[in-house]
Design a protein around this ligand. Sequence first.
Ligand SMILES: Nc1ncnc2c1ncn2[C@@H]1O[C@H](COP(=O)(O)OP(=O)(O)OP(=O)(O)O)[C@@H](O)[C@H]1O
Length: 269
Amino acid sequence: MAPSTHAAVRTLALTRRFGDFTAVEDVNLTVAPGQFFGFLGPNGAGKSTTIKMLTGLLAPTSGTIEILGQDFAAHTVELKRQIGVVPEGLALFGRLTAPEYLRFVGRMYGLDAATTKQRTEELLDFMSLADQNKKLIADFSHGMQKKLALSAAVIHAPRVLFLDEPFEGVDAIASNTLKLMLQGMIARGATIFLTSHVLEIVERLCTHIAIIQRGHLVAQGSIEELRAGVQARQTGEAPGERLTLEEIFLNVLGTTGVAPPEQELSWLG
Ligand SMILES: Nc1ncnc2c1ncn2[C@@H]1O[C@H](COP(=O)(O)OP(=O)(O)OP(=O)(O)O)[C@@H](O)[C@H]1O
């Protein structure tokens, strides 16, 4: 058993190439145990590619990954039992019903039948999916599929949870339910690593963030540290103005070369 002083997630020079194109390059990330960590970046920056490598869905081209203090490549099977993931494409089985799928996933993680049944019922209730038990997953709406994927990702009570855009496509009620669930997991000592473009939610939930841009990590730290860094660089700002995460994000990207376009589409409207 790894001592708890280890990082929950650590990468060293993590790199992934697709042919000639480098999607993620030399990324050194550290996420402490118990952290609620937001992994941010513009479209195509390399977030999903990184999450896929961190969860064993995609092999790195080079570099190393440690999860809970252990080398992921050397201990993939044991570590996969301790992590949960909702990947970009959800990866569900459309020909099953939700309870069938959750029972399958529970057994796959080695839970006994009684525990699997109980957690399946509790999760479907919690996600307001219990009245959809006869429907095939293929016939679920996108938001319903997302809630089911989340249920499957936590049925084994993972110590580290990876979520790729968990709030995308879910309604306000489900988003609230999800926030409560994630906060409860953090309160009980889990680590959460999520990507999201909804910066207001990230700001409310996450304590630490990293920003990736064109495959390179351009910032990492607590939101407070990043806010202080941006504020220290700015001159002429009204004193006492507290920067939002969106302002911090845009500022970091602006100073690293990705500023919003200045020209207008004058022909549009
Ligand atoms: N299988 C692949 N083959 C070729 N290029 C890929 C592949 N997967 C990802 N890429 C490229 O790698 C880059 C990073 O993609 P990725 O999906 O990681 O971005 P992202 O930060 O998750 O973006 P978004 O916010 O739009 O979801 C993009 O340029 C993408 O086109």
